[in-house]
Design a protein. Sequence first.
Length: 215
Amino acid sequence: MRRSPTCARTARSRGTGLSTRPAAWSRCSRRPRFAEWAAAAIGQARIDPWDGAAPLVLTESRSLAGVLRQSAYRYAVPIASTNGQTGGFLHTKVAPEITAGQQVIYLGDLDLAGGHIEANTRRVLEECTGSLEWERLAVTHDQVAEHGLPTIVKHDRRYKDGHPHEAVETEALSQALIVELLTAELDGLLPEPLEAVQVRERAERAEVRARLNGS
């Protein structure tokens, strides 16, 4: 599928070994010896538990992304918020970082008049990347029924009359439950248990530190 110019991908590594974030290196830049600098930075190194195929966690609001950011970091998955229907952000920031067939885990308000924001988000991304493995994790109709979630009246600024309609906000679910839903989903998708990956991480960090120290 041919990409539109606004959806050009940026180059990135899909390696499966240890990787570090640039911010981690910059924080460790003042060291007497290079080996000490590298040894300090190795504490931020991660093994990719997804073998280059991590799902994307996509939320409707910034606040929800903030609630889930720590879990996303722990599981080494990217997370972003759409903030409604911001097409420019989807084109320039999100689409270049995903590929056709990638798993997308979506969390957003349940619009009882139809999921316009979610549908628009998916349409924009799939126009850029091709078909995606899309899943709505929250809020769902089953969750509304199971937890007796309250409805509110929302308005859509695209319509002159505000297009009042009923919806169930993600805030109706407790933060603890939303975090639990995401971690359970990620545990089920991982090729191997996260704990096993973390054991390898600790072992590889220790090995690299020993080499840097000349042991």
